[in-house]
Design a binder for this molecule. Structure first.
Ligand SMILES: Nc1nc2c(ncn2[C@@H]2O[C@H](COP(=O)(O)OP(=O)(O)O)[C@@H](O)[C@H]2O)c(=O)[nH]1
Ligand SMILES: [Mg+2]
Length: 556
């Protein structure tokens, strides 16, 4: 592979509702980028992206797959993310390493639940968005409906850059109002057919106005001349995109490869390169994406892959990573040697000798190659950790055969180390291992992995409900201990008072012992938070050292 510099890198993630066509678009982009010379399909279970048995059997993406294409002098790294909320961890991890998201929309369905969900996530994580309306060759393609739905959902942010000619099975191609050209289904650039010239002019004016909002200079120029050049439109869209104020809208029919080349051209021309990006660190500082800076890489995904074992996917946040580099995990101080590094397109991996700042790659068999880990030259701080939504679904897990408990525990810990949206905890209160995830499908996938990948027979069941009683009324008790069978005698008396307690209640002042009022003489107070949320308050009221200090820990 050609060596790339930071400014020739583009990093994007494909997001969108399930079955909108992200994996099909990925395959078309790999084809356009000459990484593959024959396109697979989801139905034939031979796409580069959906390369695991579970994904192929279910014909849906579970894992976010890092891929790349060499195109227009750039390396476009793109991550094919799963579309269901249960597996949103993949898209959310990818947000950490990309400069834009391509929201794939199903041209027959418009705005779906997944569209809104992932658009909201992109907004929350501060990732700019480009829309690609897909499936415009489908017999149920509804361009007018989708266009209206986009306007309703994204309002003034949506910037229409293209429209299709004859959407549906007779799709002819797309008119592009940035280049003012028509692209037929074979991606050939032609003049705009006369019948669509007026519509194209009208849309270009609207687009110029939107692009002008990108900066004051562009706005001034637009007001003076009522014109922007094609490059100025691109600049305006880039600025609007970076600020999250503009969402450019493109058209594709990924299954037919139509429009894909032009979308990639737009990514190369308009999506910002990672150069100069400041990545926040755990100590409140930042790492600048500079190929001449100190080497720092961030692992955003790990997986166990057939014939390869543990694979860690990373983005070089700064510096230039060379094979054989010795790096340190700034949070643990552990060092690692990266003897071989690779460019990645799903299961296709190409060994490279160096990877520049901003680029994405992978390395195998690292000792500490966990997700969310930084490896860097000494003196560099760790990258701020990824954040994920709280788990939405939980269940209890146990090995069917009690003797396998340790093996099941190990397997669960491995799965959780790879997928940060899976949480495994042992609840001392319930005496159960509790597994939490993003949804029922997510948990079922963990079960599938335990059975098939780790060959463990497990049972998933509803966790127990913790039953906590409380004290409702005052009660007293007393006990006298007396032992005099040779040697020094033993004597002790315990008087117990149990009463209901509410937050802020004053400590008891006196107590009746043998009918007599005893006033407490508080010496010290110790408060311990209990595991289940309660509190233990201990008042030491010992008089005259009558209880030896060495007995105190046993009493508390
Ligand atoms: N007609 C048509 N079908 C498509 C197109 N893109 C994807 N599909 C089909 O839509 C289904 C879902 O595609 P897939 O790429 O798995 O969607 P994903 O869930 O977003 O990754 C598959 O059956 C694809 O063959 C397209 O451009 N046109
Ligand atoms: Mg997919």
């Amino acid at each position: 592979m050609k060596a790339y510099t930071t400014k020739n890198i583009r990093n994007i993630v494909l997001i969108g509702a399930p079955r909108s066509g992200k994996t099909t678009l990925s395959e078309a982009m790999l084809f356009e980028g000459k990484v593959i010379d024959r396109r697979g399909t989801v139905e034939d279970k031979n796409t580069v992206s959906d390369n695991t048995e579970f994904e192929q059997t279910n014909q849906k993406s579970i894992n976010a797959t890092p891929l790349y294409a060499e195109f227009g002098g750039c390396k476009i790294n793109f991550i094919d993310a799963p579309g269901s909320d249960d597996f949103s961890g993949g898209a959310l991890s990818a947000f950490k390493v990309v400069d834009a998201a391509v929201m794939v929309m199903n041209g027959t369905a418009g705005i779906e639940v997944g569209t809104t969900l992932f658009a909201r996530y992109a907004d929350q994580y501060g990732v700019p968005m480009v829309i690609a309306v897909n499936q415009l060759d489908h017999d149920k393609a509804n361009w007018d409906g989708v266009r209206a739905a986009i306007a309703e959902e994204f309002g003034k942010k949506a910037a229409l850059c293209q429209f299709p000619v004859n959407p549906g099975p007779g799709l002819e191609g797309f008119v592009d109002v940035i280049t003012m050209k028509f692209y037929n289904k074979k991606n050939e650039e032609q003049d705009i057919p006369a019948a669509y010239a007026d519509e194209a002019e009208e849309l270009r004016s609207e687009l110029m106005e939107k692009a002008a909002e990108g900066s004051d200079e562009l706005m001034e120029k637009f007001f003076e001349t009522m014109e922007l050049t094609t490059d100025e439109i691109r600049e305006g869209l880039r600025l609007g995109l970076q600020k999250g104020e503009t969402i450019p809208v493109f058209c594709v029919a990924a299954k037919e490869d139509a429009g894909v080349k032009r979308l990639m051209e737009f990514i190369v021309n308009v999506v910002p390169s990672p150069e100069g990006k400041e990545e926040p660190t755990v100590d409140g500082g930042s790492i600048k994406c500079d190929p001449a800076g100190p080497v720092a890489l961030f692992i955003f995904k790990t997986s166990v892959e057939q014939h390869l074992g543990d694979v860690s996917y990373f983005k070089v946040m700064s510096g230039t990573l060379n094979e054989g580099a010795d790096l340190v995990n700034p949070e643990t101080g552990n060092s690692e040697r990266l003897s071989a590094i690779y460019a990645v397109a799903g299961s296709k991996k190409e060994k490279v000798s160096s990877i520049c700042a901003g680029d994405i790659g992978c390395v195998m068999k690292l000792k500490a190659g966990k997700t969310d880990v930084t490896l860097a030259q000494s003196g560099v701080e760790a990258v701020k950790h990824m954040v994920f939504p709280d788990a939405k679904y939980r269940c209890a897990v146990k090995a069917v055969d009690k003797n396998d408990e340790a093996k099941v525990g190990d397997a669960l810990n491995k799965i959780a180390a790879q997928d940060p949206t899976i949480i495994v905890e042992y609840s001392k209160e319930l005496r159960q291992t509790i597994l939490s995830g993003m949804g029922e499908q997510h948990i079922n996938y963990v079960k599938w992995r335990l059975n098939n990948e780790f060959k463990q027979n497990v049972e998933f069941y509803a966790p127990k409900v913790p039953y906590r009683e409380t004290i409702t009324k005052i009660a007293t008790a007393q006990y006298r201990h007396k032992k005099q069978s040779g040697g020094a005698g033993q004597f002790g008396e315990v008087h117990l008072l149990v009463c209901p307690y509410v937050e802020g209640q004053e400590a008891p002042k006196n107590f009746k012992i043998d009918g007599k009022d005893v006033v407490f003489n508080f010496k010290s107070q110790e408060i311990t938070d209990l595991e289940w949320g309660g509190k233990l308050e201990f008042y030491n009221c010992v008089v005259g050292g009558s209880i030896d200090l060495s007995f105190m820990p046993a009493i508390i």
